[in-house]
Ligand binder design. Structure first.
Ligand code: ASP
Length: 438
């Protein structure tokens, strides 16, 4: 059994849905379980509808949502009846919500319609081309969550239920991604981009052979192709490598969303529905022996570097705890840290709203802050065994006159992370990519 998850662009128009259905058909022997996102940009449109309703409006947003869906149905030769029930329910929800305060519970309810409708269209198209398929709202197959609206987590009990329900089916299920229900029957969402998470949870529940994430790019790249034109698609990458890359700015799957698959050792493949022949990138628990020491280079701009210097740190205990407490109190996550006996350098995301933090830090140490810095992260599992990568990395930057301000290597030793000035960021990525990938 395989899970095939299609993102918004893969179901974004009649033509894309036709293409998606063909891809599913060509995998029919592998017993596909399909998970879909809403039609591209539909989740945003539904949020806009909810916001407009709060202000007593909403008609134009509703018209837009109808136009997009009915347009797709028309072009696919499918009857509007397919979505009539959902549209009526959405219309009813919109009119009931006029001039009412909205909260995340209500917002989740609005958003759910995107996936509820796209799943029906994809299932209908599959039937049309001779693949017996049936649309399911995830909860109908046992996908239950806690009641953290907007960021819900699946309940442990979901696994066995999902497995049981899917085993009994005699048609290809087309399941709503992103949404679930609490035990009390209230609709929840798993957070933006949550359909990948749905796919991984279902994949883990049914012990799938593979989880395919169909998107609009060829896979995970060696670096940002907007910076380096000849960035390469990576064949295989480990979960740990993907996590480092995602954290430091690469546009890859969010690692949290595929964790259930990794826990069970199920490979996750990122594929391009616009270029289905390309074999994409496979994310595995371990990427295996590969002679390349450096797999990818990520870059995250607009970070702030803070140097904290205090003689009181020397031989003292509890200083670092106090320091990081300041960031915790202000709910700011610290990304890169590097420390000596008397000083700590760290970075936080963004350049704004720092005054309250700096005020508190000044009470305990001398502070030096610089905005508009960039984090560069060189990632590769084989770096652990291959000597000299740090030497090559920093001498390459030195030769090109790029100043490195702070260096850090995590305990996993699969990355070398450092900070450069924002204006040098792209150049740093380019020269390193040239050095490691040619
Ligand atoms: N439709 C949802 C979103 O736009 C979830 C997803 O596509 O994964 O975030």
């Amino acid at each position: 059994m395989i899970i095939m998850k299609f993102g918004g662009t893969s179901v974004g128009s009649a033509e894309r849905i036709r293409n998606t259905a063909k891809i599913v058909k060509s995998n029919a022997k592998k017993r596909p379980v399909v998970v879909v996102s809403a039609v591209a940009k539909m989740t945003d449109a539904l949020i806009m509808l909810a916001n407009e309703c709060r202000e007593g409006k909403g008609n134009s947003a509703l018209e837009h949502i109808k136009k997009i869906h009915y347009g797709i149905l028309g072009q696919l030769g499918l009857n509007n009846e397919l979505l009539e029930h959902d549209m009526a329910e959405l219309e009813n929800l919109a009119s009931k919500s006029k001039n009412k305060k909205s909260d995340s519970r209500l917002l989740d309810c609005f958003q759910s319609f995107g996936e509820r409708m796209s799943s029906k269209i994809v299932a209908a198209q599959l039937n049309k081309i001779g693949v017996k398929a049936r649309a399911f709202d995830s909860w109908d197959l046992g996908f239950l969550t806690n009641s953290e609206f907007g960021n819900a987590e699946p309940l442990e009990a979901s696994h066995a239920r999902i497995k049981n329900s899917i085993r009994k089916l005699d048609a290809v299920p087309v399941i709503t991604g992103f949404i679930g229900k609490t035990e009390n029957g209230e609709i929840t969402t798993l957070g933006r981009g949550g359909s990948d998470y749905t796919a991984a949870i279902i994949g883990a529940a049914v012990d799938a052979d593979e989880i395919q994430i169909w998107t609009d790019v060829d896979g995970i790249m060696s670096t940002d192709p907007r910076i380096v034109k000849n960035a390469k698609t990576l064949d295989k990458i480990s979960f740990a490598e993907a996590s480092e890359l995602a954290y430091f700015g690469a546009k890859v799957l969010h690692p949290k969303t595929i964790l259930p698959a990794m826990d069970k050792g199920i490979p996750v493949r990122v594929l391009n529905s616009f270029n289905p022949k390309n074999k994409g990138t496979t994310i595995l628990k371990k990427s295996g022996k590969n002679h390349r020491a450096v797999k990818a280079i990520a870059c995250k701009k607009n970070v702030t570097r803070i140097n904290v210097d205090s003689k009181r740190m020397l031989g003292a205990y509890g200083f670092l705890a106090r320091l990081f407490d300041v960031f915790a109190e202000h709910k700011r996550s610290v990304d890169v840290v590097s420390t000596s006996e008397v000083s700590v350098s760290l970075t936080i995301d963004g350049n704004g709203n720092l005054e309250p933090i700096l005020g508190k830090l000044k009470d305990i140490a001398n502070i030096d802050m610089a905005k508009n810095k960039a984090i560069i992260c060189v990632v590769g599992e084989n770096m652990r065994q291959i000597p000299g990568i740090a030497g090559i990395t920093f001498s390459t930057l030195g030769k090109d006159g790029i100043n490195v301000e702070m260096i850090s290597q995590g305990a996993s030793q699969i990355n070398i992370t450092f900070i450069v000035d924002g204006k040098d960021a792209e150049k740093a990525v380019k020269v390193l990519h040239r050095e490691y990938f040619g």
